[in-house]
Design a binder for this molecule. Structure first.
Ligand code: AQP
Length: 339
């Protein structure tokens, strides 16, 4: 089998490790819905096994998984058109991850910046799961022979590792079995930054709630967070080049561009030279107009948890139908008896 024979298939996932942020929406969810609407086969996963690589309260994890499912649907992912499920219901992910634990090298894992960031100074005390996170992520993708993975910029290194694992497996076993996956990191908001610090990624686990816009924030909260977002004293520059070395201004412009589906150049043509006191209310209005309907729809969907669970189970059955034969073939290639 050559690479060209793999049909286009999109896979991506999000951790139910807290509430969804504007970063998750612009960097991932919005683009997931766009890929689905282009008619490509799309598989989207709530990666709960990834979430537990750091401590999760069980009650909160269950809630966050269902809320994440509501977030996917409210952002335009249709469970009829896409396959939508939670990772732990399809055991093939964890089974293939074990094979990849035996393919990936310790040295590769040690280079992962996300591990270093999340483990912090006390790496000896981090879970083994956090260290092996990228092997599970490679399994998530490759158990479907996915060819394209839309993600934010922060996942680039993990996707390079996915390619390395696929290539090493194919090489070690002299097969052309796993595709060399393409990361799809596109658009103005591949890295939405914290509203309090333009050098830090907007993240659902940041201790400061003012650093992020949550998909569940109401209109007043969104407007307040944008009004209070850190900026510098200068007005916006008149050209894109003037945004260099102004990370907070750049971030707000990127968010505006992504929300309005315009390029950064187009946005600068519209708002260049304005004071932040004029620009921030424009951005707040735009954010509220886009986010409020999503937040309302999430609340509506969360009123029927049984229906969310049903959607996840149906999605898991559909996912397993693709994953099981690929895992079986992997076991055969590896030489495991009984497969
Ligand atoms: N700030 C961001 N800008 C653009 N894209 C982002 N993504 C996350 N934050 C941003 C993208 O969202 C998808 C799912 O991410 P995840 O939940 O699996 O993990 P993460 O990247 O670690 O996100 P968080 O919010 O920072 O979670 P925590 O705080 O739990 O670690 C990915 O495609 C990611 O690129």
């Amino acid at each position: 089998m050559t690479e060209a024979e793999f049909t286009s298939r999109v896979f991506s996932g999000i951790q139910p490790s807290g509430g969804l942020t504007l970063g998750n929406y612009l960097g991932a969810l919005k683009r997931f819905a766009q890929a689905q609407d282009q008619g490509i086969e799309t598989i989207y996963c709530m990666v709960d096994l990834h979430a537990i690589t750091v401590w999760q309260d069980p009650v909160k994890l269950r809630h966050a998984t269902r809320e994440l499912c509501a977030g996917f649907i409210a952002s335009g992912v249709d469970p009829e058109k896409s396959i939508l499920f939670n990772q732990s219901q399809v055991s093939e992910h964890a089974q293939l991850a074990w094979i990849f634990n035996c393919v990936a090298r310790m040295g590769w894992m040690k280079r992962m910046t996300q591990f270093k960031d999340k483990a912090g100074k006390n790496a000896e005390n981090a879970s083994l799961g956090l260290f092996g996170y990228p092997a599970l992520m490679a399994a998530d993708i490759l158990v479907y022979h996915a060819t394209h993975v839309p993600v934010g910029e922060d996942q680039k290194q993990h996707l390079e590792l996915t390619r390395d694992i696929a290539a090493k497996f194919n090489h070690d076993y002299s097969v052309d079995f796993f595709p060399i996956t393409e990361p799809v990191i596109e658009g103005a908001a591949t890295r939405v930054m914290s509203l309090r610090d333009g050098s830090k990624k907007m993240s659902k686990s940041d201790p400061s709630d003012m650093s992020r816009i949550n998909l569940t924030d109401d209109a007043d909260t969104i407007a307040k967070k944008i009004r209070k977002a850190k900026t510098d004293p200068e007005p916006l520059p008149s050209e894109v080049a003037g945004l260099e070395d102004r990370p907070e201004a750049r971030n707000l412009i990127n968010i505006y561009a992504a929300l309005s589906d315009k390029s950064v150049d187009q946005v600068m043509a519209d708002v260049g030279g304005k004071a932040f006191s004029e620009f921030k209310p424009m951005l707040a209005d735009l954010a509220v107009a886009q986010m409020a309907p999503i937040s309302d729809e999430m609340s509506r969907l969360m009123q029927d948890e049984a229906e969310i669970d049903r959607i996840l189970t149906v999605g898991a059955d559909r996912a397993r139908a693709i994953a099981a034969p690929i895992l079986k073939k992997t076991y055969e290639i590896v030489g495991l008896v009984g497969s």
